[in-house]
Design a protein around this ligand. Sequence first.
Ligand SMILES: [Zn+2]
Length: 445
Amino acid sequence: MRRKLNHYTSISRSFLMFILILVLSAAGQASTFDVSKYVAKIEPDLINKSVKGDVLVRFSSLKNGLTEITLNAGVLSIDAIKENAVNLKFQCKDKLLKIQLGRPLKQNEICNISIIYHGVPEYGMEFFSAQNQVYTEFSTSQWMPCVDDPNDRAVFLLNLISPDGLKTIGNGRLVSQSKLADGKVSTIWEQKNPVPTYLFGFAFGDFRESVVKHGRTTFRYLADKSFSENDLKNIFRDTGDMLDFYESKAGVKYPDETYGQILAMGGAKQEMSSFTALNDEYGRSVLKNEKEIWLGVHEFAHQWWGNMVTNRSWTDFWLNEGIANFMTAAYFEHRFGHDEYLLQIDNYKKSYEEVRDAGHDKSLVFPEWNKPTRDDRRLVYDKGAYVVHLLREELGEEAFWKGIKKYTQKYRGKSVDSKDFQKEMESASGKKLNDFFDKWVYSHS
Ligand SMILES: [Zn+2]
């Protein structure tokens, strides 16, 4: 029962997702340019719950004569935009930032612009002043102008400015940390593998930290000081086993040097590149019952399915969430036995059937993803996972897992749609899956 609760709370984080999707659908201009790198200096203000920063955006033009680009920028106030110290004209409207370039760009021409900004994020960044804690959650454009499109991958170099004496976490590799003249601390993080911007993030806080080595990977566990170091080791003790399990199923190594898990204030449930924000309640539940790890298992699965292999657009969101939900059940099978797998799958199935019986079934490839309802999200997460389970039954163990491996290996660092998934599962099994996909993925009951 408890596991089921975790499961549904995971789905309900979707309020943020809902807002994000609205923003995403508005951008629509990413196809005229491609961002390859963001270099940002970001300073959150705990007292005022605000942020100030500057970001260098490196992009290339995808057409001849590009004179304007549009970024997502939430409700941030833009102070100035420059290219080589020359001010550029811009306009902010409906959370979009339109920038007039200084000259028309040729196809493939690279341009660097710097944006100086400040503001109060509406969501996407959580502030807990009493605990000196800040963390990001999902909507990057709320705290840094960027392209909110899962199909636009970029590297990220972040100089995070925080108060002294706090632990920090960011994407990828910790490059350096130094104390500034004003007593604040600058920590530089570098994400070398290009990832979609929704996976950018960071956190700092008065955390207790526990560090565990597992093969070539370092695990960092961070939580409020009410947790002892031993608590942290217990809460996250399956992390190494999960990593081994996912690597073996994906046929792809975990890509970063570290994987961090933080137990944050509030209801954090968010995967980011190379770390995940979970919540205090999650930690306390796992301490009481080792089977309460559903959320941690699900979020870690995203480091492969979601972060590494990413849905090209949100209409194929089930490839992120349905597969991550299925992999969670598969890990439960590995860790706790086949009955636990069946229990998880049964939960997904029941959830799907409730939606279907209410007359709200839809194809897994959504016609559009502009205003998803709670039932829409249950379809993506739960029907999605159930359908992956049915595919496992259809293909048998060997062909199914071979297909998962081929799909993950082939599309590592790339964007996918449902046809890509179908093709790899067909190629691994030698079976035509048109009927299966037509019934379960492209149409609905
Ligand atoms: Zn997820």
